[in-house]
Design a protein around this ligand. Sequence first.
Ligand code: HEC
Length: 202
Amino acid sequence: MTQEAWWASPSLWRKSAAWITGGSFVMLIFLTFDTMSYIQAGGKQVPGYSIINQRVDYQFDEAQNRYLPVIGPEEPLFGKMLTEEEAAALVSKGKLNTQAKNCMACHTLLGNGAYYAPDLTKSWLDPSWGSKEVREQQMIDFLMNPQDRLHNGLGRRMPNLGITEEEARATVAFLKWMSAINTLGFPHNFKAIDQSDAPAQN
Ligand code: HEC
């Protein structure tokens, strides 16, 4: 009887299969934890919720050749500094509102959703809110009564979704927080509202 070639032995293939399955499993666990460190609030790409206490800008980064969020000085939303817990509660309420009212039926959030209306990822930074001084109130007014106005020349109107002032404020907090997420340059070439401080008067 001729000797079987080493690579044709069933036991070799059985052992290889067991090692490869085991190795892949360990790799998968590692990648899961690694991904979590990027996508969790307070992680490498997603800021903690109290970021709504600060200025969020979006500037071109020469080294990475893409637009990236830039966190600036203290600039509390609605003029009120919030603790991490208060900010988390407000942002979470805003997120729940976007789910309850199904904004994704028309909009995209972080690129997910429908293409009828503008992407909301950087809506906080949209120059059509006018200026950074009036933006918060403009956003609340728009969310509560969007049917009255053509906001950014898209030619489509958003219907009134019965959003209360409290819900609108929470939604604005959610939108501000979302604009600070590092989306690796998405949406591409978005030009943010000018937020530089007025030059000192003298
Ligand atoms: C039936 C479709 C529809 C739904 C649902 C909808 N929107 Fe809109 N939304 C629009 C349209 C259309 C516009 C563009 C209006 C304009 O330019 O005048 C718009 C514009 C906006 C803008 C301004 C965007 C910008 O940066 O210029 C914001 C903010 C916004 N919507 C938030 C929301 C939120 C939050 C929800 C869910 C609570 C929501 N929308 C649900 C259709 C919709």
